[in-house]
Design a protein around this ligand. Structure first.
Ligand code: ADP
Length: 404
């Protein structure tokens, strides 16, 4: 249903009120017209009711129009005010406009035409302003919600940061604990190995074959345990940044030959060929010799361990003047694609069952990965189940000495 246009006339001049009334009736079909002649009545009416437009006379029975307009503006009444002025006096009209009037009409000019034009203008602007106020209010509300959300997010972020710090601290303590335990275990383990080696010498008294077998087992198991302890110790050192790089110049070809010879006994009971292909124009590199040795030992012993028969190849070449590549290639059991991502995670082994065929801790590749990162290198692996694996390491030929 269409709503009536609510108009208030505040004027002491009855002729003006009548003129407006007569002019509006024919042009506004649904009109609710209210008339008052005093400031007092106008204020009490505007406090209770809202109007679409107010015509405000120059003089009222108890005040003048300008004083009332200022008062109403102070009260926050937002209705469009159209002032009726007796003359075209610029100063008076300016004063009204400055005090919040939307428009003015000369009393002598009151006619349906002028009223319609002024009314339409004022209502259009009023509507637009109302819509603007509304959207501003919405914006403000949204802004408040956003501020609140932001605050909550900040609090969550702070909590996450705190949890992170606590986790880092817990991890540091755990690594520290592991380091201490491993260190404590190493001494008795070395003693057990030393004593079992002494017994195996069988001097001055020989042992029975059964005793030799038992002592040999003690020695072998101690050796396995010692390498586990050493790996745990290394990983905890790497986790707590206690492992330092020692950058030096060395011959990569010589290092490779020595390391490969050290490990060649691992394939003694296997039908496994071991090839080495060193293709270096300049074998001298500046990097951490001990780290590189450990990387090669880990990759090569894995290749031999996981290749029952076939071949293992170690290749070295220069990718460019600054980068050296080392690859360890085998024709062994291979690694399934879904396992390739996890093999560098500590304690991750493809075969986690208790009945697994191959010994190991699952720490070797995690250590290799950390060492290579410290050496500013990369490791890549490609593999196919049943066909074999290729581990390729890329390291800078010359590691800047300020890292050491
Ligand atoms: P592990 O002590 O078990 O050898 P690593 O961290 O060195 O621990 O290797 C993690 C796992 O990755 C191994 O248990 C094995 O499942 C897989 N793996 C590593 N190297 C090879 C390889 N050359 N061929 C097949 N599987 C491999």
């Amino acid at each position: 249903m269409e709503q009536a246009l609510k108009i208030l006339i505040i004027d002491n001049d009855k002729t003006n009120r009548l003129a407006i009334q007569r002019s509006l009736k024919p042009i506004v079909p649904l009109l609710e017209l209210t008339e008052v002649n005093s400031r007092k009545k106008a204020i009490s009416l505007l406090k209770q009711k809202s109007f679409n437009c107010v015509f405000l006379g120059y003089l009222l029975s108890d005040a003048d129009g300008l004083t009332l307009l200022k008062e109403l503006q102070n009260m926050g009444i937002q209705t469009p005010f159209i002032v009726l002025t007796p003359s075209k006096n610029q100063e008076i009209t300016q004063e009204f406009i400055k005090s919040g009037a939307w428009d003015y009409i000369l009393e002598s000019m009151i006619s349906p035409d002028t009223l319609l034009k002024t009314l339409k203008n004022s209502l259009r602007i009023y509507k637009a302003e109302k819509a603007l106020t509304l959207s501003n209010q919405k914006l403000r509300k949204n802004n408040e919600i956003l501020k609140q959300k932001n605050k909550e997010l900040k609090q969550q972020q702070e909590q996450i940061n705190l949890k992170n710090l606590q986790l880092q601290e817990a991890s540091r303590r755990q690594s520290q604990f592991l380091a201490t335990i491993s260190h404590e275990l190493r001494t008795p383990m070395n003693a057990i190995m030393g004593f079992s080696q002494l017994l195996l010498r069988q001097y001055p008294d020989p042992l029975t074959p059964q005793q030799v077998d038992i002592v040999q087992r003690i020695f072998n198991n101690s050796q396995n345990l010692l390498s586990l302890i050493n790996e745990v110790l290394d990983l905890s050192k790497l986790n707590t940044d206690q492992m330092d790089l020692k950058v030096e110049e060395f011959d990569l070809g010589v290092l490779l030959q020595f390391t490969i010879e050290e490990l060649s006994s691992l394939r003694s009971h296997k039908n496994l060929s071991l090839e080495v292909d060193i293709d270096l124009k300049n074998p001298l590199i500046i990097n951490d010799k001990n780290f590189l040795r450990r990387i090669i030992i880990n990759l090569l012993s894995n290749a031999i361990k996981f290749t029952p028969a076939g071949s293992v190849k170690v290749k070295v070449w220069e990718i460019d003047a600054e980068t050296i590549a080392i690859s360890v290639e085998d024709t062994g059991v291979g690694i399934a694609e879904e396992d390739l991502e996890t093999i560098f995670t500590p304690f991750q082994q493809v075969d986690q069952t208790l009945t697994r065929q191959h010994s190991g801790t699952g720490l070797g590749l995690a250590i290799v990965d950390s060492l290579i990162k410290m050496m500013q290198g990369e490791i890549h692996v490609s593999s196919e189940l049943g066909k074999g694996s290729v581990f390729r390491v890329e390291i800078p030929r010359c590691l800047s000495s300020n890292l050491s």
